[in-house]
Design a protein around this ligand. Structure first.
Ligand SMILES: Nc1nc2c(ncn2[C@@H]2O[C@H](COP(=O)(O)OP(=O)(O)OP(=O)(O)O)[C@@H](O)[C@H]2O)c(=O)[nH]1
Ligand SMILES: [Zn+2]
Length: 458
């Protein structure tokens, strides 16, 4: 196996290098960059603005690397990676290279949703029953799964494609694939103001089986689920092929309305550049769905609206002085829901915001909904987390007083679905104004009041 594995290793490294070398001038990369410029202009952005000047290139890089599976072949990975391993010597039973179940659990992958083009996370578990006294190198199971994850997918299609590819590549007695998929909730500017609960993730478990796993009720599935149960995984919410319904939250937003045709054409061009057929049934509505959610982040004149709103509230609020012990008057609005769009990669980041302020009578003079509105006003546009944190702090200080502390905790899709692939990472940013910037005890009092587990980390 050693020699063969080494050969494959070098082949893969070579592929990666040539992809990187020619990448910048390849027609597909240039076409995606042009399309991203059209999308940014559709949002009302200045494409030469410092923060987003490099965004077309970053998006092209992220999308092409994130869908590199279209260019990879299963045979290149599996062929030659099988090696002999004896089965049970005499007696009855199954073990080793004949009938001994092998499972690789907890492979972290990400894929792109074919309905809305947002990335989704996948925890992948693969099992197979060897036959013919041959087993496959464990890393190959993960590599094959990744080939299909790095395409535009739905969970069931992804599970089926991994399963079929492994069945053909290894020719074992059977293959089982279980995928736990998590899709970010659909960003919606309008409904976020009405319903702050559309946070967190849509979760689904998709399964696929071939050979001895073809029958969902077979004993071998029971063994497989039992081995997964040690990892806290249960069959309860497993998605069966027959249900056929899309899991993507964009589908439940109704049919897309009239979308900007230059923008939908741009998305069509991206699909083609990635190696997809925009006429594939599941992709036909994708450009208009994408444009619909993307337009939630248009650069409209939100500050002006907000300023009018805030000014009228300021006139009616009761002044709050600093009498007594400052720390006794620390108040907070915790777990305000937060949605934004990373201006570097055009990917969502989502989480919660905590706002601390001082009030001698312990009363929020404008109420929580206004603070929540401020969070949404600054969230729903192309942002970086540090900027949105500062903007929230500055704005709430105009009605909650000059002593303000703001913590934003968010999951960045761009930390998962590209480059470094840091699954489960979470970013916290911090802004302090007035007394909170000079008084560590006041800061500590507020920070200690933050909930341990909040939706940003779920
Ligand atoms: N500070 C900050 N950085 C962010 C935010 N959102 C995304 N980023 C980072 O923006 C950077 C963009 O860096 P580049 O090196 O130009 O782009 P890239 O090649 O796509 O990034 P990497 O693959 O991570 O090296 C990355 O480090 C991202 O993690 C944010 O809200 N705040
Ligand atoms: Zn989706």
């Amino acid at each position: 196996m050693g020699a063969l594995d080494e050969g494959h290793y070098h082949a893969e490294i070579d592929n990666e290098v040539s992809f990187e070398l020619g990448f910048e001038s390849q027609p597909e990369t240039l076409a995606i960059q042009d399309a991203v410029r059209v999308l940014l202009q559709g949002l009302g952005e200045d494409i030469n603005r410092e923060g987003i000047k490099k965004t077309p290139f970053r998006v092209a890089k992220a999308l092409r690397q994130g869908t590199r599976g279209y260019k990879q072949k299963v045979n290149d990975i599996v062929h030659g990676a099988l090696f002999p391993e004896a089965g049970l010597e005499g007696g009855s039973g199954q073990a080793g290279g004949v009938g001994g179940l092998v499972i690789v659990r907890d492979l972290d992958l990400f894929s792109y949703c074919e309905s809305c083009l947002l990335p989704f996370q996948v925890k992948c578990h693969v099992g197979y029953v060897p036959s013919g006294k041959r087993v496959v190198g464990l890393s190959k199971l993960s590599r094959v799964a990744d080939i299909f994850a790095k395409r535009l997918q739905s969970p069931q299609r992804l599970a089926d494609e991994i399963c079929t590819a492994l069945q053909h590549g290894i020719k074992p007695t059977g293959v089982a694939v279980v995928l736990q998929c998590m899709h970010i909730h659909f960003p919606n500017f309008e409904s976020a103001f009405l319903d702050s609960t559309s946070q967190g993730w849509v979760k689904i478990t998709a399964t696929s089986g071939s050979g001895v796993f073809e029958d969902e009720n077979a004993d071998v599935w029971t063994d497989f689920w039992s081995l997964l149960k040690f990892r806290g995984i249960s069959i309860d919410n497993a998605h069966h092929r027959s249900s056929g319904q899309s899991w993507c939250p964009s589908q439940s937003c109704g049919m897309p309305g009239q979308a900007n045709s230059a923008m939908t054409n741009a998305v069509n061009s991206i699909l083609k550049s990635l190696g997809e057929d925009p006429l594939r049934e599941e992709l036909v509505e994708t450009p208009s769905r994408f444009v619909k959610w993307f337009m939630n982040f248009r650069n409209s004149n939100l500050e002006m609206k907000l300023n009018g709103f805030v000014r009228s509230r300021i006139d009616t609020r009761s002044p709050s002085g600093h009498g007594g012990n400052f720390n006794d008057g620390i108040c907070s609005e915790l777990n305000l829901s937060f949605w934004s769009q990373c201006e570097h990669h055009l990917l969502p980041f989502q989480g919660v915001v905590h706002v601390g302020y001082h009030s001698s009578d312990g009363v929020n003079p404008v109420g929580r909904p206004l603070v929540q509105s401020v969070v949404h006003f600054y969230g729903f546009k192309l942002q970086v987390q540090e900027r949105v944190t500062r903007q929230i702090a500055e704005t709430v200080s105009s009605f909650l007083g000059e002593d303000i502390i703001v913590v934003v905790e968010a999951n960045h899709t761009c930390m998962i679905s590209r480059g470094i692939e840091k699954f489960g990472s979470n970013t916290a940013t911090f802004a302090v104004l007035g007394r909170f910037s000079t008084d560590p005890v006041a800061r500590a009092k507020f920070l200690q009041s933050l909930p341990d587990s909040c939706s940003a980390r779920r």
